[in-house]
Design a binder for this molecule. Structure first.
Ligand SMILES: [Zn+2]
Length: 282
């Protein structure tokens, strides 16, 4: 342990500043989205079976809803630009812009060099939860996804139904490619319905039983053409463990809705980020 400086308390008492003040982010017209949603009709649905994943496609201007059915269940969500898989959900920057958990009016942002909204949350039936006394909240962008490599590292097991593997199989099936081709496209997720935080004493990532109940849902507006993949995590409600078949698991429902074109006449799909990409080389 290093020597504690005399002004240690004074240094600790310095007030934090927000890294990325987000008042200048492009504004979100939730009123427009919700008005269009009110006129939308369902055009497709798919279930992610327990300990499996499902892919779905959503066009820019359409809506998708992820619902809890049958029992409390957490889902791991990946998103890609349907025309360019290298543009994919950027969990880290979304966290930097919005915080550790996202809800209504917040967005899933895409990777560099694109960095634009991929999807906007327009309805979250769990947004009453807020932040609990443990520092836990719902729908985090701090976790990664359960994966068999970490399972092998920590427990010396080969478990094949982790979200990483489920997403890999689903994307390979959807694209008609090999598992080896699909796997590098799998990325850090939005943990739908998962209740997580960091312990105050050790700063460790924790999870606790999800407050989600059948009928709860998270609904998104697709800002660009998307391929999505959702895994029904082997952790179930993530109250005890994952990377095993021990937890009770339930399916998740994904539904896609489309509004009449005139409902979104005033809306434009966001452009790729406008940075000139010169990186200082003239
Ligand atoms: Zn998982």
């Amino acid at each position: 342990m290093c020597e504690v400086p005399k002004d240690a308390e004074a240094r600790r008492a310095v007030a934090p500043v927000i890294c990325y003040p987000n008042e200048t982010l492009p504004s979100v017209d939730l009123g427009l989205y919700r008005q269009a949603r009110g006129q939308a009709v369902k055009i497709s649905e798919v279930y992610a079976a327990p300990r499996e994943a499902a892919c779905f496609e959503v066009k820019a201007g359409q809506f998708f809803r992820i619902s809890s059915v049958e029992g409390s269940q957490v889902g791991d969500l990946n998103l890609w630009n349907a025309h360019n898989l290298s543009e994919r959900f950027y969990s880290g920057k979304t966290r930097a812009l919005h915080g550790t958990h996202i809800t209504e009016g917040e967005r899933m942002w895409s990777s560099l060099p694109y960095l634009r909204p991929m999807a906007t949350i327009i309805k979250d039936t769990l947004n009453w939860y807020g932040m609990d006394s443990f520092g836990g909240s719902v729908h985090d962008v701090i976790g990664t996804r359960c994966d068999p490599y970490t399972g092998n590292l920590l427990s010396d097991v080969h478990y094949h139904q982790c979200c990483h593997s489920n997403l890999t199989r689903a994307l390979a099936d959807h694209l008609g490619c090999s598992l080896a081709e699909a796997e590098p496209h799998i990325h850090d997720v939005l943990n739908v319905f998962m209740c997580t935080g960091f312990t105050r004493d050790t700063g460790q990532y924790f999870m606790k039983a999800s407050p989600v109940r059948p009928g709860d849902y998270l609904e998104f507006f697709a800002e660009i053409d998307l391929i999505g993949a959702l895994s029904a995590c082997p952790g179930g409600d993530c109250s005890s463990e994952h990377t095993s078949d021990a937890a009770a698991c339930y399916p998740l429902l994904i539904e896609v809705f489309e509004a009449p074109a005139e409902a979104l006449a005033a809306w434009r799909s966001p452009q790729e980020n406008g940075y000139d990409r010169s990186h200082g080389h003239l």
